[in-house]
Design a protein around this ligand. Sequence first.
Ligand code: FAD
Ligand code: 2HG
Ligand code: ZN
Length: 477
Amino acid sequence: MPATVTDKVALAGFRRILGESAVLTDRETIAPYLVDQRRLYEGAALAVLRPASVEEVSQLLAFCNGTGIGVVPQGGNTGYCGGATPDESGRQVVLSLGRMARVRSIDAANYSMVAEAGCILANLQRAAQAADRYLPLSLGSEGSCQLGGNLSTNAGGLNVVRYGMARDLVLGLEVVLADGRVLASLGALRKDNTGYDVKSLFLGAEGTLGVITAASLRLMPRPRATATAFVAVRNVAAAVGLLNLLRETSGDRVSSFELIPQIAIDLTTRHIPGVSQPLAGEYPWCVLCELTSSRADDPLDSMLESALRDAMDGGLLDDAALAQNERQRAAFWRLRESIPEAQRAEGPSLKHDIALPIGALPRFVEEASAWIAAHVQHAVLVAYGHVGDGNLHFNVNARRDTDPLKLVASADEIRRYVHDLVAAFGGSISAEHGIGRLKVDELERYAPPVELELMRAIKQSFDPNGIMNPGKVLRSA
Ligand code: FAD
Ligand code: 2HG
Ligand code: ZN
């Protein structure tokens, strides 16, 4: 439904609800809210709204629903698919959750916490730790992404192999629906089979069904022992073999298992101050793996060492370095977490956030790498990521010595090849970053038609006026 009020009337309505200072319209002030972090999109907005309570969010949505104004929820604005950026019309509003950043409660005995959507993820990790508990969600952007954004993208990250995605950590949600009604479902139960799991629909919905204002999260026992290694594996099949070996021999204590190619190491040592080669030699593929345990006396180092020795004897590895102290461990992780930044510093890239059944990864990488090498001379493959979850960032960077526009010109062809191959292997074209605006066409192309029909029916039922993040995930009706 198109907006039925003038901008002036809309702004007066927002100010009535929020007061003057929480309605931002100054061009310079709102500029950072209008561009996504990858700089793929630059939108415009009537205003940036900064509510401080669920009641204010409720009144704002009721007002926007009645007047047909599109609402774009925004957390830390670190998303990869343009989901938090308004369109170019200037008639939508950005709803920034940053002022709703309270930890409402922590129940250590129940291993749970209730926090508001605007909490920065790293702050929540610290709050859990202060209560002697562990919030396992961990991403390179954790210093700026927010809980509402994490849940709305169903973020993955570095610990999924052990603890699951953001969705797996949610016990309850508080959500404001498009018409302003509040779904108050903040229970902290592990067991609750009372009908449809309605709250789960908002996880990964990217703000298209409602605004998450708070969540009840599962916490875990704190890891008290850690063993970390940087390992040169023979190839991707050897990485998968090592993962299986580690899971079996460690009693499933693997909490991270990240594939890192030499080219990503080169990018980080070139662009990120303080990062250095972790191993003496250079190898095409490495793995950063970590075991953790809540038992301080768990002999993880020796467990890891002996598994690596077996893997070496079995011909899976060429070299390995065990972190000898926290400083060395932090250095390994700094290298891994700064790959996206190093990739950006190197120049433009195409990103393919794909997932496959883990056993299919080696054949996929072999086939797709050969195709890139044969067809894309002006770019290089930088494929890395969360192999423990079957999730690869199969990215392609423009070569330093070539015109980046060449990569732009061949983007459609490369994307089509990669995504078609992913589909042929039974994989996903969006493992953890979502659909946003970037992959609306791709979702239409690859999702089973019945699933798309159900998605559209859900959207229509939750948001009949189409005000919630219009044009994201699904094309606007
Ligand atoms: P935003 O970008 O602000 O929003 C993302 C989407 O959620 C948008 O559609 C927005 O409309 C919606 N939204 C935001 N808040 C709400 C709310 N309260 N209610 C309803 N909808 C809402 N992602 C991973 O999954 N794994 C990684 O390992 C990872 N690493 C990253 C590393 C770097 C360096 C960077 C820059 C990004 C990385 N990301 C990763 C992507 C990104 O950080 C995640 O998608 C994150 O969950 C987004 O959170 P945000 O608060 O920034 O959300
Ligand atoms: C990561 O795993 C993030 O580091 C970003 O998901 C991936 O930049 C990317 O492609
Ligand atoms: Zn990732």
